[in-house]
Write a protein that binds this ligand. Sequence first.
Ligand code: ZN
Length: 124
Amino acid sequence: MFTEEIKGKEVIDKDGNAIGIVKDLMITRIGRVTHLVLTPAGLIEKIKGKEYLIEFQYVGAIEDVVMLTETNEEIDEEKKELERGKKTKEKSSEQTEREYKCPECEKTFSTEKGLHIHQGEVHK
Ligand SMILES: [Zn+2]
């Protein structure tokens, strides 16, 4: 009902710029709308062909058009920060996953040095 109503509406950012048309919604299994899927228009027409996601938290009023609570630039900036954050996270988890296993007792160490010390003390 609601989801059908919002599809096809124009999306206007805080500055009044048209940035796209609602093509679809991303909805979780429990029915919570997480993102609007936009067909780019106006300002972001240059990325035509690509669908554009806007987090649903930025949606203010839904009337004849969908009004966002931030400007397209602000939303975009936040996205980039999220992506940067994600990258750092992935990198650090890679590092913590690296471990050095003792071939004799299968105990693991986070550093090669730790393993060497262990081998020197326990398996000399
Ligand atoms: Zn060992």
